[in-house]
Design a protein around this ligand. Structure first.
Ligand SMILES: Cc1cc2nc3c(=O)[nH]c(=O)nc-3n(C[C@H](O)[C@H](O)[C@H](O)COP(=O)(O)OP(=O)(O)OC[C@H]3O[C@@H](n4cnc5c(N)ncnc54)[C@H](O)[C@@H]3O)c2cc1C
Length: 492
């Protein structure tokens, strides 16, 4: 729809239909009202939506989907908009369905250690409510103060504690989903196993392309009696990578195992004053949790492994306040990037742990080649990288160089046996990199699953799965030395 008049007429038609099923205040169509929804955490990409709706009940969600299905309007679900891959970025002729008003904790069952929550409940709010029972919800993205459980389900989000306690997929028992055809379906159940195909696992991580999450049952775990964290410094990045592998090989599963390189610790320290060793080439944060005895034993074992791996200094938190101080730098690394660079591009990919050293060396070589700095602060225990590429969007070409740098990091992740999907999902950010990772037959299989849930192709279209045509174009664009990098795509 190119024509402004046509677009205006369409907006008026869809808004009128939505106002039939929602209160007037729940339908936003004026640009000044829809502007706050034009991007998610990937702010480099923006698009004003045609309309934003804010339903406050499951019945209203179903009614919105019915209108959109009947009028053929694409729907983009949105939680808090903290996603970093553009998953909640609007579509020009589409509706953004915000879950901001679906924010009730429906039930907390301390005996079953579960909570039933609406999709717009914030991740941290679940743990805050469960704290009265000595319980918490384990997956803890660094954005947990703001991000919603619906977004977490859609992205299969992880966090610092996921090495020991699992990702979202391991901590969600059941979701209720509104389909584009107006059905409510339950995936999973209250028990650990559910009859039929495991569609819960298919749905978790599906980035808003299969249905709208309207209710989630999460597992809660007891709050550990004690937690302490080791901060270990290394004079070489490679030694810190070996230390990560050595800890796991020793049979230790830390409650958190994070790495920060020197660029990151120097970026964060003046901002947060966490006490980081800014002379070290890399630092590891290794947490132990459990009873007093378990923690004492784990800290002693981890210290021994870290020393053998070549740690040049080790500090262990002596109080809960100090533990939180050590973590505060890690948790604030992204905002701290804004202090040293006008813009940053947060990449995300996962690799086998044993390849950490190789990939970090590869990224260092790319820094020189692209003429851009990169800070690495990441979930080392999970092999989940977060290179923060620092750039200045006002300098011509820097953003494009940052994008190319990011794409090359992802290609390297695939080359060493990892995945581009990481923990931030694909969205629009990594859609071309999907062509690097998956063959046409695999992409077609993904589309078949999507068609099973969304036969009209209205839910978050053009995200996460690239069309074969797009991959062919991408392949052609990347011709180098006369050779196509993905010759199998030539035929499309
Ligand atoms: C500072 C910062 C730190 C971060 N740290 C982490 C981290 O440690 N680990 C991590 O995994 N991520 C992290 N993220 C990324 C982000 O917070 C997560 O992806 C989070 O799960 C997104 O939740 P949201 O509510 O903001 O979802 P949104 O950004 O609004 O949406 C994300 C995706 O979910 C879909 N969606 C949202 N709600 C629903 C629903 N009800 N039904 C169906 N689909 C839905 C959207 O369409 C979109 O595709 C971080 C982001 C920031 C800004």
């Amino acid at each position: 729809m190119n024509n402004v008049a046509e677009m205006g007429a369409r907006r008026a038609q869809v808004a009128a239909a939505l106002q039939q099923v929602l209160p007037a205040r729940a339908v936003l169509s004026a640009p000044e009202d829809t502007r706050p929804y034009e991007c998610d955490g990937l702010a480099a990409y923006r698009q004003l939506p045609m309309i934003v709706v804010l339903p406050d009940s499951e019945a209203q969600v179903l009614a919105v989907l019915k209108v959109c299905r009947e009028l053929g309007v694409p729907v983009v679900p949105r939680g808090a908009g903290t996603g970093l891959s553009g998953g909640a970025m609007p579509i020009a002729a589409g509706v953004v369905l915000s879950t901001a008003r679906l924010n009730r904790i429906v039930r907390m069952d301390a005996y079953a250690r579960t909570a039933v929550v609406q999709p717009g409940v914030r991740n941290l709010a679940i743990s805050e409510a469960a704290a009265a029972h000595g319980l918490y919800y384990a997956p803890d993205p660094s954005s947990q103060i703001a991000c919603t459980i619906g977004g977490n389900v859609a992205e299969n989000s992880g966090g610092v504690h996921c090495l020991k306690y699992g990702l979202t997929v391991h901590n969600v028992l059941r979701v209720r989903v509104a389909t584009i055809d107006g059905e409510l379906v339950e995936l999973g159940g209250e028990a650990l196993d559910a009859p039929g195909l495991d569609l819960l696992s298919v749905f978790i991580g599906s980035e808003g392309m299969l249905g709208i999450v309207t209710e989630v049952t999460v597992k809660l775990v007891p709050k550990p009696a004690v937690a302490r964290v080791i901060m270990a410094s290394f004079d070489e990045v490679l030694k810190s990578c070996h230390a990560v592998a050595a800890l796991i090989a020793a049979g230790i599963i830390p409650a958190g195992l994070e790495m920060m390189d020197q660029t990151s610790s120097r970026m964060v320290e003046p901002f947060v004053k966490a006490g980081y060793d800014t002379e070290a080439a890399a630092i590891l944060l290794c947490e132990a949790d459990g009873t007093e005895e378990e923690v004492e034993e784990d800290i002693a074992r981890m210290t021994a492994v870290l020393n053998t791996a070549g740690a040049i200094a080790i500090a262990v938190s002596r109080s809960e306040a100090e533990r939180l101080k050590f973590w505060s730098g890690r948790k604030n690394a992204f905002p701290a990037a804004g202090r040293i660079s006008p813009d940053y591009y947060c990449m995300d990919g996962t690799i086998p742990r044993k390849r950490l050293g190789q990939v970090l060396a590869g990224i260092a070589a790319m820094e020189a080649r692209y003429g851009l700095r990169c800070a690495n602060v990441f979930h080392a225990g999970d092999g989940n990288l977060h290179p923060l590429i620092l750039f200045n969007a006002n300098i011509p070409d820097e953003f494009h160089r940052a994008e190319a740098f990011g794409a090359e990091i992802l290609a390297l992740c695939v080359e060493v046996g990892g995945t581009i999907t990481g923990e931030h999902g694909v969205g629009i950010e990594k859609i071309d990199s999907m062509c690097v990772q998956f063959a046409p037959a695999e992409l077609e299989a993904f589309f078949s699953v999507k068609r099973g849930f969304d036969p009209h192709g209205l839910l978050n279209p053009d995200k996460a799965i690239p069309t074969l045509h797009r991959c062919a174009e991408f392949g052609k664009l990347r011709v180098s030395g006369g050779a196509l990098p993905f010759p199998h795509l030539e035929r499309f």
